[in-house]
Structures are given as structure tokens and as C-alpha cells.
Design a protein around this ligand. Sequence first.
Ligand code: NAP
Length: 246
Amino acid sequence: METGKIALVTGAGKGIGAACAKKLAAMGHTVIINYNGSKAAAEETAAQIASAGGKAYTMQCDVSDPEAVSAMVETIQKEYGAVEILVNNAGITRDELMLRMKPEDFDAVIRTNLTAVFYVMQACIRGMIKKRKGKIVNISSVSGVIGNAGQANYSAAKAGVIGMTKTAARELAGRNITVNAVAPGFITTDMTNALPDAAKEGILSKVPMGRGGKPEDVANAVAFLCSEESDYITGQVLCVDGGMAM
Ligand code: NAP
């Protein structure tokens, strides 16, 4: 088993990020649980990892702030070592039909879901290049693959993540760093729990498997793309969506 790498998971206090953090810790990696506002949830996730025999540390940082991101990655490097596994998971929604979408809600989603992915990748790749080793997984969405009414901001950001993932994969392939995206479909978390019942039913009716997924379903795909078993896979988008975007 590969053990002992430093893994940074952004937005890992809850939902899909927390499931990824737990899975990577169970694989023997030291996990840095980044959070922005959810301190208690992040500490609870770290405590669960520790009680299962794993290693995890929490770190507050708004990933949409480039200076804060640089400071976080420097601190990780100093205290624990270079990040070798990066999971860009932090994300928000501000859903509205295009006709009514406010410019600030468009910008906020692009900043957190797309620009921040650039900031965190840029801050981490220097250390990976030095080590000639790295695994990056960016969490996109089926919305970025097939679009979704009410998510012009979100689908633009998530499609952007796919484009940026492929560019990073091309730039870093010769450095032994793989960069892939995972595109979840409908996964039960706070993000989807906030949707009205009619919207949930509408989405689920488009899932060939007829049900939503669990955060662990996404974490299993992320774990594979962070493991040596995926060493010859880069620039790919793996949909974890019950067949929604095929
Ligand atoms: P969630 O439970 O709402 O979690 C979102 C996480 O992102 C939280 O931990 C939050 O941390 C963090 N976050 C938001 N803004 C941040 C910032 N500026 N800096 C640092 N962390 C920030 O949602 P989720 O469903 O697990 O979503 C995780 C990822 O999967 C997102 O990228 C989302 O777009 C994607 N996704 C989800 C689904 C789904 O069906 N659930 C489908 C496709 C894609 P704080 O609370 O500390 O701010």
C-alpha cells in the first residue's frame, strides 16, 4: 500500500470533501482538511479520522483568496512537507435562471469553483515538480459536462475546471504529475439537500440508475485517481453519476 503522502483536500469539513479526506486517510496518507467557515465540521472530520487510526489536520483558508492560498500551502510545506496529493473539492452554488441571475452571483461561483482551483493548483505544483511526483483531482460536475438549467454560473465554472484540468495534465505529464477531474451527478450532501423537492425529483428522473449517490461513491473514484493504480491516466473526466451524463 502507498502510505505517508501529504494530501490536501479543499472544503473537506463535510460532504464529498469529508468523504475524500476519510478515504485518503484510510489509505495511509496524512490529510490536510481545508475549510472556510465550517470549523466545527472540519474538526469533527479530523477527529473521526484520528479515532480510526489515521492522521489529519485542519487548516482554515478561503480558497478564493490567492494570498491566503499561498500562505496555507507554505504552512503545509513547512509543518508537514510538500503536498503530493491535491483534491480541489471546495464549491458553492448560487442557482438562478439566467434571466434573473445577479452578476455578483455569477462572479462568486466562478471565483470559488474555478479561479480558486487555479490558485490552489498553482501553489501546489511547484512542490510536486520538485518531487517529480503528484496527483491532482479536481471536482467538476455533470453540470459542466451536459449543462443544467438554473446553473449558468456553476456549469460555466465546472466546464472551466475540465478545460483547466486538461491543460494542467498536458503541462505536467512530463513531470510525473497526473491531473484528472471527477464529475459527480446528484450526490446527497448539504448542497443538494438545499434544493426544493421538485428540483430533486426533476434531477433524479434523469438518472438512469434512478437514485442519487453518496459522498463515498465520489471518494472511491477520487481515491483511485490519487493512487498508483491510475498512474497512466491523466487529463480525464470520470463521471460518478449513475449514468446521467453518458
Ligand atoms: P457541501 O456539502 O456544500 O460542501 C462544500 C464544501 O466547500 C464545504 O466544505 C465548504 O466549506 C467548502 N467551501 C466553499 N467555499 C469555500 C471557500 N471559499 N474556501 C474553502 N472551502 C470552501 O457540498 P458538496 O456536495 O460536498 O460539494 C463538494 C464539491 O462537489 C463541490 O465542488 C460541488 O460543486 C461538487 N459537486 C457536488 C455535487 C452534489 O450533487 N452534491 C454534484 C456535482 C459536483 P465551508 O463550509 O467551511 O465554507
